[in-house]
Ligand binder design. Structure first.
Ligand code: NDP
Length: 337
């Protein structure tokens, strides 16, 4: 049983010393337990926070513990009613081949193996984050302008597509021409601006000519700097993430602009609300599942994945995820050893 354990808390970007691959015996399922084999492991930006022991909404992974993560696993052996060998389950087994579970909180996905990984993406946590954050906090009305950062990732791509279904003008922000072309040509965004372009802020202002009513925030940094002056009165900001800062060791250099920001929020009567998806909106999950499943089935919402084979590749794949190297939902296919 291969397990990636946290061996060192990173300062800045995780390195090859952050996680160590160890081999342990495959556990045995006891009474009212089952043995699960990991098929897919989700890689998500929040994992960087779990590597740190700074105060947060969730406890850190302890040194020596298996790195946490959402998984789709297959039941190998079961002593629990309702879970049979061969069933696939949505689980939270982390970065390892096998785990024993008591079944609490797990969803049985059945025996069919088609699109299993979607339960970790569009039909799971990232899709739900986009759906709930946009609808509940962003509350966009037809004709309004939505700007969404990290626009081709699993959260951003979904936010923008829902915005189009709701009749909004949708502007994406992404890293590079290829991602921007995908957002417009494949996802149907009205425009997408490359945040690496020298005149990024000017281009953003041009395509947001009526100002911004909803800014779905996932990155922070210079993207946020460019958005703030373009916000309309009564704009809403679902504060979902700040990925440009996750590897930061210090606050950025420069003048303290906190009071300028607060002044903008006050004078424009902006609603800025942070949220942690299952803490705040868990009760809406069934509604999300119904609506999103229908959208995906009918082709109204598209979903792009980037599946990387091999548990051994998880650390490098994760480091790249934080850097913008991924294009679509980055998932590890663990599969049979
Ligand atoms: P993504 O797959 O979109 O990966 C993150 C993306 O952020 C990168 O691909 C990159 O895209 C972009 N990025 C990284 N660094 C920068 C930078 N310096 N400036 C601008 N963009 C940058 O991730 P997810 O869709 O899984 O998650 C998106 C956000 O949502 C994250 O912040 C995550 O933490 C948050 N989240 C929050 C939840 C909550 O409950 N609050 C739940 C789930 C996710 P590009 O190449 O286009 O720049």
């Amino acid at each position: 049983n291969r397990q990636w354990v946290l061996s060192q808390r990173p300062s800045g970007e995780p390195t090859e010393d952050t996680l160590t691959l160890i081999e342990t015996a495959i556990p045995v399922a006891g009474d009212q337990q089952m043995l699960l084999r990991t098929e897919f492991l989700s890689l998500d930006p929040y994992m960087r926070g779990r590597m740190s022991d700074a105060p947060s909404y969730a406890d850190p992974v302890e040194l020596g513990e298996v790195m946490v993560g959402g998984t789709v696993s297959q039941v190998v052996d079961s002593n629990i009613d309702g879970f049979a060998p061969g069933d696939f389950v949505l689980s939270y087994n982390g970065w390892q081949d096998y785990a024993v579970s008591d079944g609490v909180g797990l969803t049985n996905l059945g025996k069919s193996s088609s699109h299993l990984s979607w339960a970790l993406g569009i039909l799971g946590m990232p899709g739900f984050t986009a759906w709930a954050g946009l609808k509940q906090i962003g509350a966009p009305k037809a004709g309004e302008t939505i700007v969404v950062a990290a626009a081709t990732g699993p959260v951003g791509a979904t936010v923008g597509q829902i915005g189009k279904l709701l009749g909004c003008h949708v502007v994406g922000i992404a890293g590079g021409a290829e991602k921007c072309a995908y957002a417009v040509d494949e996802l149907g965004f009205d425009a997408c601006i490359d945040h690496k372009a020298a005149d990024f802020a000017v281009q953003l202002a041009k395509v947001s000519s009526k100002g911004i009513d909803v800014y779905f925030e996932s990155v922070g940094g210079k993207v946020l700097d460019a958005v703030i002056p373009l916000l309309n009165p009564n704009a809403r900001i679902p504060l979902c993430g700040l990925v440009s800062q996750y590897n930061a060791t210090n606050l950025p250099e420069g003048p303290d602009r906190m009071n300028w920001l607060m002044g903008q929020i006050l004078r424009k009567k902006i609603k800025l609300q942070g949220f942690i998806i299952f803490d705040d909106f868990g009760h809406l999950y069934p509604d999300f599942a119904t609506e999103m499943t229908a959208w995906v089935k009918s082709g109204k919402i598209k979903y792009r994945e980037e599946i990387i084979t091999g548990l051994e590749n998880a650390p490098n794949a994760f480091i790249g995820l934080l850097n913008g190297e991924s294009f679509g939902k980055r998932t590890i296919h663990v599969g049979q050893k």
